[in-house]
Structures are given as structure tokens and as C-alpha cells.
Design a protein around this ligand. Structure first.
Ligand code: ARG
Ligand code: GLU
Length: 712
């Protein structure tokens, strides 16, 4: 089967034409798309992009902290990523005396660069197709037997790859188990903060502009990888030296032209292009709207609190951003999917699939029923799936009472073991420290109101599904009054008092007397016994059907462009620098300039606050040689298919030079996690020339610019 896929993909890609922007390609297979990419203007070869025996662009692309992408831009390990990707590091180095969030930070020399315990930067050494070895002799097996065989093969491959090296190997399923790839990585552990612009640049526009074009955010921060004397990864040490990369990206200072080739290289997280029509419909009609509603309720409370005082504004800033990021993305997704009538598109594609399957008895046997089966499976399990999503929104994203309960439950169920090991005191210390950190960013009245509104909504959304008896028998208001008056989980003073009297009976006390803990415990049990088993079954059955469905696409539609859904592995996507016309009568140009920063600032919205320096430099039009035709570009859009995880990814030109850093998508684009539409989907990039301008003119950190290779 596998061989057929590859041959097919290669044969097809060369016949490919104009609108080729959809898809996130595996770098080791990019050869198959070389012709198409070159037809769009690329001047690189597949080997320039990915090579195992020689250095290639791949070696400059870094998985940053496991969630974002970063890129190497100098011979001394200099690393660029987004401001929002380095945010927790920047925040952790900030204090009232050194307010790097507000004023930015630039190390004047290497000795001033700041260490970040726990932060990693990984390079992909190689990507290997191991499908045949993993699936060897599994034909005809099923269930546990098949699973065990696959796991054993994976373990052996991983051991063989890691033995005698400092690399780590991981094998991941692609195309729902039709393919397996081994990804070998080299992980650096000494990654230091070199510089960051202030929030008024790196987070300019805040939540108002999040997921929105036109955009003016200077979303970048600068790090450096350090290695030992042999250029190999090492824990932090004073004797470490800047890492010498196999490849680093030259920076393009050239004039940008709309329509020019662009390519994004990075680590996209998750896409779901193969959902059946029934599944997408369930998500659009029920799942997403309910999640949006839950978040609307909590955001209404948090936003009001944040408006009421500066203290609450600071306490809730990062929680609010996290909740609002998903909320706003989903609204954009639904809008886009409805506008293009995604369900009808899916139905048409399913019809074509079934019609094709009917043309050959062999295909009909293998693929003829799979779409019906998927839709039937959704119908059967959607309540379980919905219960899962609602539990996430209620118990994990919702009132913080529940997170506290989870934490205490974990701690107290270890109580006896901790006593036996003589580790109790140390653990109590840890708990107190973590509680202190928690309560610092917590407000009782705010959480109570969130609890009340979300409890009400949760009960309503769950309909006839089994609920914890406390929710069945009490109103949300009564529960809120009871819990937030009594529970040790919702009040710092009560919590500390409880911890001071901690003893072997504490767990029992919580379970019998603390209404907050009791509710969490009941809800958690309900979740574990009434939701989780069905969801596990559902996911594993769906995975099997998707495997068949995708295999059918490969076999029956060899002329289509096939790409595996994103799974946090390294991918390439390509398109053009271009704007879009996402609404009737509305045209988005492809770039923004510094003038727009000033216009937004004039609106008075605090998300557009600036430090005086920006206004001075903008008024003086002090653009250095970073401008194009008298304009300083800030951001631009392109038709590259990206998703979460692509933050910080380099956007490259036809020669592999750095044009900018990807950091977002336009609102109309967020549907691309389910369905890419080349007319509306655009990724948003901060132009590297603006980044350099901020370093050089704004921040006086020209020495960082001087480390890079600028192509004019
Ligand atoms: N929307 C971007 C992403 O999904 C940026 C998020 C950070 N910015 C913000 N204003 N919350 O990660
Ligand atoms: N901001 C996203 C991230 O952190 C990238 C935007 C997107 O989802 O496309 O990865």
C-alpha cells in the first residue's frame, strides 16, 4: 500500500497547477512538489530545503519550547521567534525594577543574556519513513495484538536510532496510521534571552487585533542557543559557548512584490481536514457554539472585573488572553465555514468519493461504506464527545475552584506515601508556594461569578445527560453561595488555615465537608465513568475509519494534492505574498505600515498604547534603510496554509531568505484548520525589516542586526 502512495504522490505533484497553496508537506518528501514550487517562482531545489547528508534550510528551523517555531539567523546561534512565544520567559525576568514587559530588554553583550531553565530548542536531524518496518507482519491482526506488535516495532526502531547518539527519536503516525515517520531530533537546553521589544510593540493591538487583519504587531523576541565546547547540547553552564549552526537564514532586505513566492517552514500543531460532513455539522451546530457560549460567559465576568480595577486587570491579563484566543478563533472559524458553505462542499466531495468507489467492486468493498460509517459513528457518539468538550470548558477552563480541587486531590491521595518517604514537609512547602502563586492572580468574587454563570450554562448544555447530584439538586446560585462561603479552595485565608492544621484526616475532611471539593469530586467521577470510556471508544473507532477513508483518497484520487494533517511535526507550506477580499465589497491590501500604528494609537483604545519613542521616530520618518519606497512595512499577508504552532515560523522568499516571522492568521482564515480556501485564507507575518528597525533604530541594538547576513 505504502509504496503505491509514494509513487502516486510523486507522479501527481508534477502535474500540479496554479492554486497549490493548500497543504502542509513533509520536508523529506518535498521533492514531489519541487516542480510546482519552482513554477510559482521558487529558485531553490528540494535538496536546498531538506537534506540529510548536507546542511540545508531544515537545519535553521527550530522547534521552540515544543510549542512554537523559531529560526537561526547568525553563525552564533542567534534565534528569532514570536514575542508571544517567548512571553513567559520575558515575564519571568520582569519585575517592577526591571519591567521588560513594559520597556523591553536588550543584552548589550553576550554576558548580559538571560538564562531560561527548562526552555529547549530542537533541531530535526532527519525524518525517516518507517512505515514498512512498523507495519511489518501486522496484516490481518487487529485490536490489542496489532497494537502490541506496532509498539514493539516502534520501540526497537527508536532504540536503534538513539543508541550511541545524543539524539532523541520519536515515531509518529501520519494519515491516521497509513504512514509512520521517525523524527530524530537534537535538543539544546541552554537557550538565553537576548532581547525583546516592549509589549507596546510585541503585543501591539492586544486582543482587539488578535486574529485580525489589518495588523501592526511587532511580534518577535530574540534568543540564543548555547552549546558545549564541542558544539553539542548541554545543560546551562557558564563555560557554554554560542552554538554554531549547520545553516542559518540570510535576511532579505529586498523590495517585496505582491505575488512573489513565499514559503513557511515550521511545526504546525493540528488540522482536521478529513472530518465527515456529519462530524463538521455537529461541530458547527453544537460543539463550537456551546464552547463559544461558555467562554462568552466567563469573559463577560473577567472583562468586567478587569475594567473595574488595575489590580484585577493585571491579575487576569494572561488568563483572559488564553480564554479569548480560542474563543475568538472559533467565532472566526464558524463565520468562514458558513460563508463558504463548508457542509455542502463536504457533501459534494463525499458524493464524488462514493461515486468513484462504486466504479470498481474492489473499491466498493474497501471504501464504499466508510463515509456512512463515519457519519453514523458521529451520530452515535456525539453526545459523549460533547460531554467531553463541555467538561473541558467547565472543569478545566472554567472556575478556578476546580483546578485547585484537582491539585489538592493529587496531593492528598499521596499523603500516606509522602509520610512514609519522609517527604511530607517538602511537599507542603511546594503546595504552599504554588497556592501563593495561584492566589496572587485570583479574585474570589470574580471566580464566584464565573462559577455561577458557567454552572448554569453547563447544566443547560448537558440536557438529559447524567450530572453530578449536587448539580441536579441545587441552583447554581445556591451552590455558589455555599461553596464560596465555606470551601477552603476558594479563599486564601481558609486555605492557609487548612494547610496549617493538615493531618492524616484532611483528605476525609475535604471529601465529606468541603462543598467545593465535593462538587469537583462528583463531577470528576461522572466525567471518568460516563464520558471518558465512550470518548476513548469513539476516538479509536474514528481513527480506524479515517485511516480507511484517507487510503481511499490516495488510491481513488491520485490526481489530487494529498497531505497529512498537521501533528506537531516539521512541515513546509508555500504560497504567495498576497492580500484577499474576504467580504463583499471589502479588499485587504497585502501589507501595513508604521503609519497605521499611529492611526490606531489615535483611536484611544489602550490596546494601541505606545511609548513616546515610537511616536517620535514615526513622526521623524526615521526609517533608516529598512523602508521600501518611503514606507516602513510592518506586517504582510500570504496564502500559506498555517496553524497554531506555526507561530515564529520563518516566512522565506524564493531563495530561502528570511522575509519575516509568521505569527497569526486573519479571522476569515481560521477555518483553514478544517478546510483551506485559497481565496480567503491568509497567514500574517511581521516583516523582518520592521524587526530589524525596532532592534536598530528603536532599541539601539544594532549589534544584533550586525550579526545577521543581510541580502540587498
Ligand atoms: N492568535 C495568535 C495565536 O494563536 C496569537 C496569540 C497571542 N496574542 C494575543 N493577543 N493573545 O497564538
Ligand atoms: N498564533 C498562533 C501560534 O501561536 C499561530 C496562528 C495560527 O493559528 O495560525 O501558533
Amino acid at each position: 500500500m505504502k509504496r503505491i502512495f509514494l509513487v502516486v504522490v510523486i507522479a501527481v505533484a508534477s502535474t500540479f497547477s496554479s492554486k497549490a497553496e493548500e497543504g502542509m508537506l513533509i520536508p523529506s518528501l518535498v521533492k514531489a512538489f519541487e516542480n510546482d514550487m519552482q513554477a510559482m517562482g521558487m529558485r531553490l531545489s528540494a535538496e536546498d530545503i531538506y537534506d540529510v547528508n548536507n546542511s540545508s534550510i531544515k537545519d535553521a528551523i527550530i522547534h521552540f519550547g515544543g510549542g512554537c517555531t523559531a529560526e537561526l539567523v547568525s553563525s552564533q546561534g542567534l534565534l528569532l521567534t514570536n514575542h508571544h512565544c517567548g512571553y513567559s520567559q520575558i515575564q519571568s525576568h520582569s519585575s517592577l525594577e526591571n519591567d521588560y514587559l513594559k520597556y523591553g530588554f536588550w543584552a548589550k553583550n553576550k554576558s548580559e543574556e538571560l538564562t531560561n531553565p527548562g526552555l529547549t530548542a530542537s533541531r530535526v536531524v532527519r525524518i525517516e519513513d518507517v512505515t514498512q518496518t512498523v507495519l511489518f507482519d501486522t496484516e490481518g491482526l487487529s485490536g490489542q495484538e496489532r497494537y502490541a506488535k506496532i509498539q514493539a516495532a516502534i520501540q526497537k526502531l527508536v532504540n536503534d536510532a538513539e543508541t550511541g547518539t545524543h539524539y532523541t527519536a520519536k515515531i509518529k503516525a501520519f494519515n491516521y496510521g497509513n504512514d509512520y515517520y521517525m523524527i530524530v531530533k537534537e535538543t539544546f537546553k541552554d537557550v538565553r534571552l537576548v532581547g525583546t521589544p516592549p509589549n507596546s510593540i510585541g503585543k501591539f493591538g492586544g486582543d482587539t487585533d488578535n486574529w485580525v487583519w489589518p495588523r501592526h504587531t511587532g511580534d518577535f523576541s530574540v534568543f540564543r542557543i548555547y552549546a558545549d565546547q564541542n558544539n553539542q547540547p548541554s545543560e546551562y553552564s557558564e563555560s557554554n559557548i554560542p552554538y554554531t549552526p549547520l545553516h542559518f537564514l540570510p535576511v532579505s532586505m529586498k523590495k517585496r512584490t505582491p505575488g512573489e513566492f513565499t514559503m513557511v517552514y515550521g511545526f504546525p500543531g493540528t488540522t482536521e481536514q478529513h472530518l465527515s460532513s456529519g462530524n463538521l455539522k455537529y461541530i458547527m451546530d453544537q460543539e463550537r457554539p456551546a464552547r463559544i457560549k461558555m467562554r462568552e460567559k466567563s469573559l463577560s465576568v473577567i472583562d468586567a472585573s478587569m475594567r473595574s480595577s488595575d489590580l484585577l486587570r493585571i491579575k487576569y491579563a494572561s488568563k483572559q488572553a488564553r480564554i479569548a484566543n480560542g474563543w475568538k478563533k472559533w467565532i472566526g472559524q464558524l463565520g468562514g465555514l458558513k460563508t463558504v458553505d463548508a457542509i455542502q462542499i463536504k457533501l459534494d466531495r463525499e458524493k464524488a468519493y462514493n461515486t468513484m468507489a462504486a466504479t470498481k467492486p474492489e473499491w466498493n468493498d474497501k471504501y464504499g461504506s466508510v463515509i456512512n460509517d463515519m457519519n453514523a459513528l458521529v451520530a452515535k457518539y456525539k453526545q459523549a464527545d460533547f460531554g467531553y468538550s463541555m467538561a473541558i470548558e467547565y472543569l478545566s477552563v472554567g472556575p478556578e475552584l476546580f483546578g485547585r480541587a484537582r491539585e489538592m486531590n493529587k496531593f492528598l491521595s499521596n499523603y500516606t506515601a509522602l509520610v512514609e518517604r519522609g517527604e511530607l514537609d517538602a511537599e507542603i512547602e511546594k503546595q504552599l508556594k504554588s497556592a501563593k502563586g495561584f492566589f496572587k492572580n485570583y479574585d474570589e468574587a470574580t471566580d464566584k461569578r464565573i462559577f455561577e454563570l458557567l454552572t448554569e450554562e453547563y447544566v443547560k448544555q448537558m440536557g438529559d445527560a447524567p450530572l453530578p447530584s449536587m448539580l441536579e439538586n441545587n441552583s447554581a446560585e445556591d451552590l455558589a453561595n455555599l461553596i464560596y462561603k465555606k470551601s477552603i479552595l476558594t479563599n486564601e485565608a481558609r486555605f492557609m488555615k487548612f494547610m496549617n492544621k493538615l493531618g492524616s484526616k484532611s483528605a476525609k475532611f475535604l471529601a465529606k465537608k468541603d462543598p467545593g471539593f465535593m462538587l469537583w469530586s462528583e463531577a470528576n467521577t461522572n466525567f471518568m465513568s460516563n464520558v471518558i470510556p465512550d470518548v476513548r471508544t469513539y476516538r479509536s473507532l474514528m481513527e480506524g475509519l479515517l485511516k480507511t477513508y484517507v487510503a481511499g483518497k490516495f488510491e481513488m484520487f491520485p490526481d489530487a494534492k494529498h497531505w497529512p494533517d498537521a501533528n506537531s511535526t516539521m512541515r513546509i507550506t508555500y504560497g504567495k505574498l498576497e492580500g484577499s477580499a474576504p467580504h463583499d465589497g471589502m479588499q485587504y491590501t497585502e501589507h501595513t505600515t508604521i503609519d497605521g500604528i499611529i492611526t490606531k494609537n489615535n483611536s484611544g483604545n489602550p490596546d494601541y498604547d505606545l511609548l513616546p519613542r515610537m511616536k517620535e521616530l514615526a513622526a521623524a520618518k526615521d526609517y533608516g534603510d529598512y523602508a521600501q519606497d518611503g514606507e516602513l512595512w510592518v506586517c504582510f499577508t500570504g496564502s500559506n496554509h498555517t496553524t497554531g504552532g506555526n507561530s515564529g515560523s520563518p516566512v522565506l522568499d524564493a531563495d530561502g531568505n528570511l522575509l519575516g516571522l509568521n505569527f497569526d492568521r486573519s479571522w476569515e482564515s481560521t477555518m483553514s484548520d478544517f478546510m483551506f480556501d485559497s481565496d480567503r485564507c491568509r497567514n500574517i507575518t511581521v516583516d523582518i525589516r520592521y524587526v530589524l528597525w525596532v532592534m536598530d533604530r528603536y532599541s539601539g541594538a544594532k549589534h544584533i542586526v550586525d550579526e545577521m547576513t543581510l541580502i540587498r
